[in-house]
Design a protein around this ligand. Structure first.
Ligand code: PGA
Length: 254
């Protein structure tokens, strides 16, 4: 597939996998995908497995991501993990503003924006998640929701930081439900998100930003989704928990 932006496919393991299970999974992914150069491949294990998985993927084409981090750098914030701690394990990416955190931890666009800035300050690339609920889509509020989320979460980023930010469009109604957005729905939303980046930054920046689709991505729908002009990769939950499923998504996307 001929795209000016390199595809990036990330596995979001969520609250799954012990250290031993995580090591098994990355060993399998390494075996399956060791010759792939066309796609940036990222795994995002839980914090507890970062250290061991980091060692296991040294000298491979797999990069490490975390699933969250604090907007603070150090101090009395019980239970939190900061960017500097992630850097110890060579974490290159961090998922921020996932809809599950927006829902269960009540994360706001303002807080997510602080996290995005803190990630950039530590040279960790944010995977910034946005997306509408089913009620918002059905009431015709989708564009407004995406506009508010993008504007709030990328506020005060420089152009360079924006280019290094990956946006994950994840319609909430498609996450873990088996209901994937159609490729047309995904393309439409991605093109709209790119137009917002052009509006807030400029056309050249918008052309460089990678926008992943997330929500029930699997081997059988990856090719069609990745074939859309503005879809530059995937953020994969359920199907990333099993080596074959994840590897087939990557292979089918090339
Ligand atoms: P899913 O999750 O692939 O299981 O729908 C995607 C995500 O939440 O990132």
């Amino acid at each position: 597939m001929d795209k000016e932006r390199k595809l990036i496919i990330a596995g979001n393991w969520k609250m799954n996998k012990t250290v031993a299970e995580g090591l098994d999974l990355v060993a399998g992914i390494k075996r399956e995908l060791n010759s792939v150069k066309e796609v940036d491949i990222v795994v995002c294990p839980p914090f507890t497995a970062l250290s061991e998985v980091s060692k296991a993927i040294l000298d491979s084409n797999i990069r490490l991501g975390a699933q969250n981090m604090s907007e603070q750098n150090v101090g009395a914030f019980t239970g939190e993990i900061c960017a500097g701690m992630l850097k110890e394990f060579s974490v290159r990416y961090v998922i921020l503003g996932h809809s599950e955190r927006r829902q269960y931890q009540r994360e706001s666009d303002e807080l997510i924006n602080k996290k995005v800035l803190a990630a950039h300050a530590a040279s960790i690339k944010p995977i910034l998640c946005i997306g509408e609920t089913l009620a918002e889509r059905e009431s015709g509020a989708m564009q407004n929701v995406l506009l508010t989320q993008v504007r709030g979460c990328v506020a005060s980023l420089t152009r360079e930081q924006m280019e290094e930010t990956i946006i994950a469009y994840e319609p909430v109604w498609a996450i873990g439900t088996g209901k994937t957005a159609t490729s047309q729905q995904a393309q439409e939303a991605h093109a709209y998100i790119r137009s917002l980046i052009a509006k807030f930054f400029d056309d050249a920046t918008a052309r460089r930003v990678r926008i992943q689709y997330g929500g029930s991505v699997k081997a059988s729908n990856a090719r069609e989704l990745m074939g859309q002009p503005d879809v530059d990769g995937a953020l994969v939950g359920g199907a990333s928990l099993e080596e074959r499923g994840f590897a087939d998504i990557v292979k089918n996307s090339i």
